[in-house]
Ligand binder design. Sequence first.
Ligand SMILES: *Cc1c(COP(=O)(O)O)cnc(C)c1O
Length: 418
Amino acid sequence: MTKRFDGALRLADFEALDATDSLAPQREKFVLPKDVIYLDGNSLGPMPSSVPERINQVLFDEWAQGLVRSWNSADWVGAPLRLGQKIAPLIGARDSEVAICDSTSINLFKTLTAAIALRPDRQTVVTEKDNFPSDLYIAQSAGARAQVDVEAIDNLSELDRHLSTGAVAAVVFSHVNYRTGARYDLGDITARVHDAGALMIWDLAHSAGVMPLHLSESGVDFAVGCGYKFLNGGPGAPSFVYVSEKWLGKSLQPLTGWFGHRDPFSFDPTYQPSETIQQWLCGTPAILSYAPLEESLDQLGAIDLQAIREKSIGLTEAFMALVEQRCPHLGLTLITPRDESERGSQVSYTHPDAYALIQALIDRGVIGDFRAPDVMRFGFSPLVVRYIDVWNAVEHLLQVYSDDAWRDPRYLNRSRVT
Ligand SMILES: *Cc1c(COP(=O)(O)O)cnc(C)c1O
């Protein structure tokens, strides 16, 4: 099991952990810049080394030579479901329950609208105030269109209060909070929601690819998640949508494009929904974006997710322990749960000068990120981050602070993307 970090921590301990790490060889399978410690794989995962060759093949063989024939000959048309089958084991779903298409925001709109329609006699959707803003915005518009109330709650006791009214149609939560890294008990909450007759939608943006998940077993109704975070599918990679077998053929998503028709190439003037997960597609898949994601999924599919989770716990634990021991004077406040079962694969602190500190760290090659208003966020991708990186990141943090590098006025200007 996971190593505990007690007593005075030493560099040699971290080197020893790397030396016995069964996932260490995975790092070689990614292209990473020299002299960078990458602690932002939860925002954009690193690039698998096999991606350029695969993209070239799609460009030069499949597009340039194959032209329109490649929809069949290279199975472009099958990409959304083929990749869905590769994600299914990563999230504990059946092959028939997952498709890759569109973005997480769009898939959330589809699933939430479908879920509300499955509970026509109920008037409320519950989400959380601290959810990723796009999820809140989508809930607001999906709720308004269906004329139901959207309640954004502060804590779980409010969930029980809402559920007890019998008015809740659906609950939309993020499994791992993007800001704090706090993780819900997916099985327990899903069961509570079901006991109240409501449907459960999980956003797995910060958990897919970095821990085992059990959607089918937990009876989760719908789920969505990102292709470009821990799934390493590349910037803006398509998202995944999971629909429980119990709702396939029995629910309707609202974006009724031709790819969701039961037979798109019949060119039927009337929409007839596919009864399979195919219905959750809308329009033509962005084939160039599927290629890197498929490379990454093939790579991830060969790795034991439990080993990934254990290293993730080890890295986050090591980072928190080291910051506690060595940085008590920095004024950092930990906002990530110390209990490993309650967190994802990131560690976050608040600090009044969080933005400047993160910028100064990035200038030193330690890439974490800032989330408004005052959060410093460090993500740990177990396939590329080493224990020695954890050690060195904390060294840099100490130095940025002690030599006042972060006070440089240029760190006060915020870029468009933070
Ligand atoms: C990253 C993230 C998204 C991103 O949605 P896009 O549509 O891909 O921009 C959505 N939800 C959560 C919880 C996220 O962390």
